[in-house]
Design a binder for this molecule. Structure first.
Ligand code: FAD
Length: 477
């Protein structure tokens, strides 16, 4: 008899895990309380990139004259049409996931799952019916949701999360974004391009303050924000917000997380805006799941604790994706890889996930992408390394497409030339990083990259140019 596997959550972690388990011969049911595709398809990656695509197009239209084009009438934002396009794409993708699951012989059950004890769970459907289910193996993929912050209660109207920002019915004339991390910075560019006056407030000392993001990338993003008239403040936090006369007064003070504050960072600031968008992180969707009935351990912030094989404390139960929290990597492609590994382990495998070569992709304007070590990390690890960067403007294709801002940087081991990290900011950085990921994953050297022939004229040539530079034989770099 085949093994019965239940998967809770049909995001990029859960539905991919379900497909992999079915491919290995399990009888699989995936239970989803909302929509197939999870946060990624409905409230995250895909809708935000649809908005970014329109925002970028609009920016390009504004530069039409540079390309020898004249636009007779002004190009305007039709937000209703933009949102309709977003809905169409998301719905189509959602249906595709359902088709895929059915084709792969995975049962999809709409409902809220709750573990009722060892090898049992209940799924309650939206119409109130409940189904008892026995499982031999269980994969927990319930994901996460936007986190609020004290003094800033999300009301879905004036003080919003990324969920509402992806479904705006009108572009606010002004908006303050709390958090200059990935989601905050992506929205800053989108909303500014669509016509809002944007202010970003970040508690740490730089934009995109993730350890994986190179400091030069943060600087370049800051410069581009200024060009788009996006204001930003670092080392600052929002203390509180007051509503008055239909607007919001935001009180901003020094950040308790900041070190070496300058005098100018200490003085309080007040700004008036139409809306506040809170982008300060995510919370785990673990409440009501019944994890306690089988003793699944949570860390002090409520994220599920799993071992290297993604197994939790109860036999035959695995956890994947966002619900593992920021200790791992909260990205869709990581959730999918973890899902496949967990499914294989449930079916007798012994897989771990290699987190050393995970691409980061940030869809700002320009984009930022990274893999492997930053210079700072290489230094902190005491490695003998070198870092070489080439400007995007040196690449013919960048001039052709009129997008010349940015750089690529390769961090490599001194002596051997082994690629330790790649950091790109510039046009199509999130596509270009794939080569860097392969280089880091397979232990390529800068010589391997330099001797790999790249088509001309393409943006990918920046990898060769940067590799040449790392060999002290720059051509265009
Ligand atoms: C604005 C935004 C932009 C993003 N952009 C990117 C990007 O460009 N690239 C990228 O890689 N990542 C991006 N992410 C992150 C990405 O969306 C997540 O990392 C990814 O969705 C995590 O997948 P998951 O399967 O773990 O969880 P989720 O996608 O959150 O899916 C979990 C699912 O489980 C369901 N669920 C929860 N509890 C239950 C229950 N009890 N019973 C039944 N179902 C349940 C939920 O309804 C949900 O559908 C973005 C996130 C946001 C918010």
């Amino acid at each position: 008899m085949s093994k019965k596997i239940a998967v809770i959550g049909a995001g990029p972690g859960g539905y991919v895990a379900a497909i992999r388990a079915a491919q290995l011969g399990a009888e699989v049911t995936v239970i989803e309380r909302d929509k197939p595709g999870g946060t990624c398809l409905n409230w995250g990656c895909i809708p935000s990139k649809i908005l970014k695509t329109s925002a970028e197009l609009l920016e390009n239209f504004r530069r039409a004259g540079e390309f020898g084009l004249s636009v007779e009438n002004q190009v305007r934002v039709d937000l209703a049409a933009l949102m309709a396009r977003k809905r169409r794409i998301v719905e189509t993708q959602g249906k595709e996931i359902l088709n895929l699951l059915s084709y792969k012989k995975v049962r999809y059950l709409e409902g809220t799952a709750r573990i009722e004890g060892p090898h049992r769970l209940v799924a309650e459907s939206p119409d109130g019916r409940s189904e008892d289910m026995a499982w031999d193996g269980l994969i927990l993929a319930p994901g996460s949701r936007p986190a609020g912050v004290s003094g800033l209660p999300l009301d879905g109207r004036k003080i919003i999360s990324s969920n509402e920002a992806l479904s705006l019915q009108a572009i606010p004339s002004s908006i303050l974004i709390v958090g200059g991390g990935v989601i905050g910075c992506e929205f800053a560019f989108i909303l500014a391009a669509l016509g809002a006056e944007v202010i970003v407030v970040e508690a740490l000392s730089r934009l995109l303050p993730l350890p994986s993001v190179d400091e030069d990338c943060s600087k370049i993003i800051g410069r581009e924000m200024k060009k788009m008239r996006i204001k930003f403040m670092v080392n600052r936090i929002v203390d509180r917000v007051e509503e008055a006369g239909g607007r919001l007064r935001v009180f901003i003070g020094p950040s308790p997380l900041a070190q070496d504050l300058k005098r100018k960072d200490l003085s309080p600031v007040e700004v008036d805006v139409d809306q506040v968008l809170v982008c300060i992180g995510r919370r785990p969707n673990t409440d009501g799941l019944g994890l306690e009935t089988i003793g699944v351990r949570l860390d002090e912030r409520g994220w599920i604790v799993a071992d290297d094989r993604l197994a939790v404390d109860f036999p035959e139960v695995y956890a994947i994706g966002d619900v593992l929290g920021p200790q791992r990597v909260m990205l869709a492609h990581v959730a999918s890889v973890e899902g496949q590994a967990a499914a294989e382990n449930l079916m007798g495998g012994n897989r771990t996930v290699d987190y050393s070569a995970v691409p980061g992709a940030i869809f700002t304007m320009p984009e930022v992408a990274d893999v492997g070590l930053t210079e700072t990390q290489a230094r902190e690890q005491g490695l003998d390394y070198r870092a070489d960067a080439v400007n995007v403007r040196n690449i013919g294709k960048a001039q052709v497409i009129g997008q010349i801002v940015g750089q690529a940087k390769i961090v490599s081991e001194a002596g051997t030339g082994r690629v330790l990290g790649v950091h790109i900011v510039g046009p199509h950085a999130t596509d270009l990083i794939a080569e860097g990921v392969l280089a880091v994953k397979t232990g390529c050297t800068v010589r391997d990259l330099a001797e790999t022939i790249h088509a001309h004229p393409t943006l990918a040539e920046i990898m060769v140019e940067t590799a040449y530079k790392a060999l002290d034989r720059s051509v265009h770099g």
